[in-house]
Design a binder for this molecule. Structure first.
Ligand SMILES: Cc1ncc(COP(=O)(O)O)c(C=O)c1O
Length: 428
């Protein structure tokens, strides 16, 4: 790199991705191997004892994954990262590192439906309790804290509602209680929002979405902000107490501001196992190189679509923070001045039936359960992604019966609008 402070687009292409030291290959190779040969017995022992960093086995670490980790850590401004098999796997490893049976965390109630399920149901089996707070009201997080609370969790830009959250205000409450703030930055991507700059301590992503960007590979990542003091309260023994697996090593003491990423790797990923395949890491790396271009086009197209839908007589409301009269517009301009993202919801006057008919009539848009693809995507959350939630939870998550969610792609805007127009025209 030629400057001391490379710009975002330069980092997206070059961060972590030097020519391959073994072959000179310029694109990052896919290290499609399960394991790596040790130099000698002492080398093997040093790697296993965390005395030396290096590749042992692809469940724990792999050179293709390592480039992905370095790149995303650079884009988010973190100290280190850990790439895993999916966004959900990243969330599981984050909480595995900080929770104990009987402990709780406070999460925003406006989240991706799958996260609401993971937190509310699957995590219960581990003895971890989630408490739901209102992301528009930082004081509601404080009200739920007790002596067993371990963390706060929010989405920077909530799926599916497309609303921005005042990260700094919630970070302030977290800091006042000595708790880390975890931010899911999937919907915004670091091109739009960098939560660590606003006081977050850990960032997670579903790489499956905008970072990979082409709807072809699953992946997730956690980024260590390096900011949180894991030893101050005694509440995070995995980081602050001697580890029997590693001859009494204390991870926070030994690894300092990247101890969280290390703990998630050597205690979480090693033992729970959701590794990302080197092939998927390669595909996602390739996607990230064009993140700034794609994300800007996503935002510009989504803004044009939102404006157009707002003027349509079959549409009752449009919830897009990029619209000047949107209640969330001030937060959007503060946190995400380059654009309001690609995913947003709107309501059809005809309710549930109109929503179904509209989705079925679209031709360019694909009806499926994903976001952040180059292609334009559509879904009716109440009957799909958010269907396991109660009616109240659906409304709280911004996924009521009349709601349609769009993930606006990067096709020509005239074609996107023409498709929406013809399908809206079909609704009785
Ligand atoms: C905001 C958000 N977070 C996390 C996830 C989970 O990611 P994955 O599907 O990669 O497990 C998703 C998936 O849609 C999501 O939209």
């Amino acid at each position: 790199m030629t400057t001391n402070h490379p710009g975002f687009s330069t980092l997206a292409i070059h961060a972590g991705a030097k020519p391959d030291p073994a072959t000179g290959a310029r694109a990052t190779p896919i290290y499609q191997t399960t394991s790596f040969v040790f130099n000698d017995a002492d080398h093997a022992a040093a790697l296993f004892g965390l005395k030396e960093f290096g590749n042992i086995y692809t469940r724990i670490m792999n050179p293709t994954q390592a480039v992905l980790e370095e790149k995303v850590a650079a884009l988010e401004g973190g100290t280190a990262a850990l790439a895993v098999a999916s966004g959900h796997a990243a969330q599981m490893l984050v909480f595995h590192t900080i929770m104990k049976p009987g402990s709780n965390f406070v999460a925003a109630k406006r989240l991706y439906g799958g996260s609401i399920n993971q937190f509310g149901h699957a995590f219960k089996n581990f003895g971890w309790e989630v408490r739901w707070a209102d992301p528009a009201d930082p004081a509601s997080f404080a009200a739920l804290v007790d002596e067993n609370t371990q963390a706060f969790f929010i989405e920077s830009l909530a799926n599916p509602g497309g609303t921005f959250v005042d990260i700094a205000a919630i970070a302030e409450v977290a800091q006042a209680h000595g708790l880390p703030l975890i931010v899911d930055n999937t919907m915004a991507s670091p091109y739009l929002v960098r939560p660590l700059e606003h006081g977050a301590d850990i960032v997670i992503h579903s790489l499956t979405k905008f970072l990979g960007g082409h709807g072809n590979s699953m992946g997730g990542i956690l980024v260590d902000g390096g900011t949180f003091d894991w030893s101050a309260s005694g509440r995070y023994p995995m980081l602050s107490e001697p580890r029997p697996e590693y001859a009494g090593l204390v991870l926070h003491q030994t690894f300092g501001n990247f101890a969280f990423a290390i703990a998630a790797r050597v205690l979480g990923l090693r033992d729970l196992g959701p590794a990302i395949s080197p092939f998927n890491a390669f595909m996602i790396l390739t996607g990230i190189e064009t993140l700034p271009l794609r994300m800007q086009r996503h935002c510009d197209n989504a803004a044009a679509v939102a404006q157009w839908l707002k003027g349509h007589d079959k549409v009752s409301w449009v919830n897009y923070a990029g619209l000047e009269d949107d209640p969330n517009h001030e937060l959007q301009t503060r946190y995400s001045p380059k654009g309001a993202g690609a995913v947003f919801t709107f309501g059809l006057k005809g309710g549930y039936e109109a929503g179904k008919s509209f989705v079925e009539g679209l031709k360019l848009f694909s009806h499926l359960a994903n976001i952040g693809d180059t292609r334009s995507l559509v879904i009716h959350p109440a009957s799909t992604t958010h269907r396991q939630l109660t009616a109240e939870q659906q409304v709280a998550a911004g996924a009521g019966p009349d709601v349609v969610r769009l993930s606006v792609g990067i096709e020509d805007i005239a074609d996107i609008i023409a498709d929406l127009d013809q399908s809206l025209a079909r609704i009785a």
